[in-house]
Design a protein around this ligand. Structure first.
Ligand code: PLP
Length: 394
C-alpha cells in the first residue's frame, strides 16, 4: 500500500500531518525503531509468531455478530465487530502483543509505557508478564488516584507503576516522564498505546490493529458475499481501533468511514474531547496533527465521561482523513453514549465499553437504507464502566 493517498510516506507524513518532532536526544532511539519496524513486521517469522499469539492468547478471530434487534430498530443491517471478546476485553491487546514481539526481535529487555486511564497500562503489563520482561508504567499521580482498579491490575501483573507528580499530574506529565526514561535507558522499548506519537508509531500501531478490518473483510465475505460494507463506524480517542477497522477499506471509496469523537457535555461547553470539531493544527506527542488548544497554543484539558476518549489530540492519519473528507467525523455527548449503551444492553445482551457506546450512538445520526450493511467496531466491553453506568441508570 505505498502508492495510495492514505498511507504514510517515507518521511512519516499523511498529507500535511505526522512527522517526528522530537528532542534531539531521542533521535537515535526513534531512528532505530523506524529502521527496523517494517522489516520485522513483514518477516515471515514475525507473522507466524504474531498470528499464533493472536489466535491462542488474544482469542482471535473475534466474531462479527449480526445484531438483529438493533438492525430492526434502525431499519438496516448492523454487524458488531466484537473486540470486546478479546483477552483483557478491548482491542488494545492487538497492539501491545505486536509491539512486545517487535521489542523482543530488537533485543530490548525492558518496556516503558505511559497511561492515562490505565487501560493501555494494563494491556502492556499483561504482555510483559507473558514475555517475562520488566515493565515500568508512568501514570499521572491524579490518574493513579482516579483509576485504582487498573493500578491494582498492573501491580498484580508485576508492573511497576511510577507516579508523575509534575504539571496537572495527568497523561501529558506521564508522557514526559516516560520520554525522559527512554532517553536515559535506550535498551528499553517505549510501547505507545494508540496511533499517536512520532513516526513510525502511528503507522506501526495502525498495522498492528489492521487485523480488525482484515477479519471484517473475511467474515463479511462469508456472511454477505461481499467483503465491503456500506459503512464502518468506530470511536476515536487517539484513533487506534478506528485505524484498525478502517485500514483495509481506506482505498475502497464506496465504503463510508465514520469516526466518532466524544463531545462530552457538548462541543461548545468547554467540557469536550471533540478534537476534529473544535481543534486546529498543532503539535502534540511528537507529531503534527489536530488538537485542542487555547489562543496561546496551550493544549486544553479534554473532558469525556469515557476515560479512553479523553485525549486532547488525534492521530495524524485521522487528521488527514478529516481534511481530505475520506472519513466523516461525528461527535456524541456523554448522555447520547449512555443511552446507546443501555439500548445495546437491553436489545442484544451486550454491555459495551463507554468508548464503544459513542460509536453505537452514531447510529442515531445517520440515515441508512434498508439494504445497507453497517459495521460498528465494538472496541471493548463494559465491565470497567459499571460504576459509571450504575450512577446514571439508578
Ligand atoms: C482506549 C480505548 C479506546 C480509545 O482508543 P483508540 O486508540 O482511539 O482506539 C476505545 N475503546 C476502548 C474500549 C478503549 O479501551
Amino acid at each position: 500500500m505505498s502508492n495510495n493517498k492514505y498511507a504514510v510516506n517515507e518521511r512519516g507524513y499523511y498529507g500535511q500531518f505526522g512527522g517526528a518532532y522530537i528532542p534531539e536526544l531521542l533521535r537515535a532511539n526513534v531512528d532505530e525503531l523506524r529502521e527496523n519496524y517494517l522489516k520485522i513486521i513483514n518477516s515471515e517469522q514475525f507473522q507466524k509468531d504474531y498470528k499464533r499469539l493472536l489466535d491462542n492468547y488474544v482469542g482471535r478471530p473475534t466474531p462479527l455478530t449480526k445484531v438483529e434487534n438493533l438492525s430492526k430498530r434502525f431499519g438496516t443491517n448492523i454487524y458488531l465487530k466484537r473486540e470486546d471478546l478479546t483477552h483483557t476485553g478491548a482491542h488494545k491487546i492487538n497492539n501491545t502483543i505486536g509491539q512486545i514481539l517487535i521489542a523482543k526481535y530488537m533485543g530490548k529487555t525492558r518496556i516503558i509505557a505511559e497511561t492515562g486511564a490505565g487501560q493501555h497500562g494494563v494491556a502492556t503489563a499483561t504482555v510483559c508478564a507473558l514475555f517475562g520482561l520488566e515493565c515500568v508504567v508512568y501514570m499521572g499521580a491524579l490518574d493513579i488516584e482516579r483509576q485504582a482498579p487498573n493500578v491494582a491490575r498492573m501491580k498484580m501483573l508485576g508492573a511497576k507503576v511510577v507516579p508523575a507528580i509534575s504539571g496537572n499530574q495527568t497523561l501529558k506529565d506521564a508522557t514526559n516522564e516516560a520520554i525522559r526514561d527512554w532517553i536515559a535507558n535506550p535498551y528499553s522499548f517505549y510501547l505507545i498505546g494508540s496511533v499517536v506519537g512520532p513516526h513510525p508509531y502511528p503507522d506501526m500501531v495502525t498495522r498492528l490493529q489492521s487485523i480488525i478490518s482484515k477479519e471484517i473483510r473475511e467474515q463479511l465475505t462469508v456472511e454477505t458475499g461481499n467483503p465491503n460494507p456500506n459503512y464502518v463506524i468506530a470511536c476515536v480517542g487517539g484513533g487506534s481501533n478506528a485505524a484498525g477497522a478502517f485500514y483495509h477499506y481506506l482505498n475502497e471509496e464506496n465504503v463510508k468511514l465514520v469516526a466518532v469523537e466524544a463531545s462530552g457535555l457538548g462541543v461548545d461547553s468547554g467540557e469536550t474531547a471533540a478534537t476534529i470539531t473544535i481543534g486546529d493544527v498543532g503539535f502534540i506527542h511528537g507529531s503534527k496533527t489536530m488538537l485542542m488548544q487555547d489562543e496561546d497554543g496551550q493544549i486544553t484539558e479534554p473532558y469525556s465521561i469515557s476515560a479512553g476518549l479523553d485525549y486532547p489530540g488525534v492521530g495524524p492519519l485521522h487528521a488527514h482523513l478529516a481534511e481530505t473528507g475520506r472519513a466523516q467525523f461525528l461527535s456524541v455527548t456523554d448522555q447520547e453514549a449512555l443511552d446507546a449503551a443501555k439500548v445495546l444492553a437491553q436489545s442484544e445482551g451486550i454491555i459495551p465499553a463507554l468508548e464503544s457506546a459513542h460509536a453505537l450512538a452514531a447510529l442515531e445520526k445517520i440515515k441508512f437504507l434498508k439494504e445497507d450493511v453497517v459495521v460498528v467496531n465494538l472496541s471493548g466491553r463494559g465491565d470497567k464502566d459499571m460504576e459509571t453506568y450504575m450512577k446514571h441508570f439508578n
